[in-house]
Design a protein around this ligand. Sequence first.
Ligand code: ZN
Length: 565
Amino acid sequence: MKKTGWLLWLLFSGTALFAQSLQKPKLVIGVVVDQMRWDYLYRYEARYSAGGFRRLLREGFSCENTFIPYTPTNTAPGHTCVYTGSVPSLHGIAGNSWYSRQLGRHVYCTEDSTVQTVGNLSVAGKMTSGNMWASTSAAGKMSPRNMWASTITDELRLSNNMRGKTIGIALKDRGAILPAGHTANAAYWYDNGSAGFISSTYYMQELPQWVKNFNNRKLVDQYMSQPWKPLYPLNTYVQSTSDDKAYEGALFGEDNTFDHRTDMLTSAKYEAFRTTPYGNIYTIEMAKAAIEGEALGADSTTDFLTVSFSSPDYIGHTFGPNSIEVEDNYLRLDRDLAQFLQYLDAKVGKGAYLLFLTADHGVAHVPGFAEEMHVPAGTSSEALLRKNLNEGLQKEFGAANMILTLTNYQVFLNNDTLAKKGISRQAVKEAVIRLLLQEQAIAKAFDLENIAAAALPERIKTMVVNGYNQKLSGDVQFLFKPQWFEGGKTGTTHGVWNPYDAHIPLLWFGWKIKPGRLNRETYMTDIAPTVAALLQIQMPNAAIGNAITEVTTGAVQAQSPAAKR
Ligand SMILES: [Zn+2]
């Protein structure tokens, strides 16, 4: 009797003490919303629920002026920067893809020919002999090996002698692989062929049973059996233009207006799934399955779960930030997040997990919409610029194909041709800059090898230097005018220095975080050092950011209007 009483006392006092002063969080959850602009926190706020973004703003700490400190502002460098605290100049992920002079071709950020797909079911979803899933797809030939730096997820694993676990989840391979780092137990990404999550032999030889069970639930078929209807009557989406606009893209085999008949799609249904808000809840379901399947946050050794929501990016590219589709996506994501936070409270415990939410980049308005509003805007294409450059250079120097390629708004000279013909690189670079400046789309062009001399505002110069990788970048960089980008007549994109691409949300929530709001400027590179400081572990090995110390003291600036509701 006495013994039981003592045990009970120990149990209860222990639990109470635990919740009050956990030495470490049981779980860290890094959330990236692909393409979420900072202003979406407030633009759609009136119809956000109490438990989603508003809860993060009310109970958490918001860094209101967080910027990406480099170009190109794309998905792979973005996820890498969040988790390494570093920039393309140092971490080696110079774009979603980049041109390798060594290989003479473009390289995809997470490609790895030495590994195989694990778990692809696309061979009619059948099991092959034994208990192995057929692995025929190239979608799984991926790993983090092209990333030069360690991630905060690596540093956490190294800090506890690999006793904690790291799992990365996203529809996009790069959104799952780069955050989870080199030492991850696993990264899982979505495969169009099998409408399920796959991985690669970098991590494992076979999917764990819990992933097979998850894939066998056939959730994508369930989601895609219903049309995507707006949550509210269309005329109540006052933050968006009317539904039918010629400058909006269309879903695969569908059109640009509600209801989106995803249930009627016959071809590319599983690929089109990415461009629906169901991709978000599907990602959350997979995250929950991972927490349960891997017992994440179940003991006192800190685990790390990285979650990236890819669908907002696909939807944003197709329909643009002023579309009902984007507004509806964020209202739904908000509800999904509320549900996920409730789940984490119940499963891991309130205050026992640390969560941050940010974005890998923002997005520009659709040029057609901007023009409709009399905002100067336009598009051009790197193919066209390359053609014009090659023609201009041939006239001047008498040699054909002097430009190898244009990528990430950079020009790569054909060094072999120049050497063979004895043409000066310096003279060609000067001619390239002169020719580029004749293009309507282009505002600035400069020599990347001599960037200190470029007449650029300091802020932009810093971003270009941080993005410039001497081994992977081109020779001449050009900047388009604001609201101009490489693209076509419909939809939109991101990738440049401008605030619409570079200003991202950054919210902290849970373990050790005090409610508050910070208006001083912070950077994407500060996220990993802040997590390192909170966890009292080593910073990633190429980190150049600073810990945001205010997150544990809170209330730096007046609370946001949302916090008062
Ligand atoms: Zn994108």
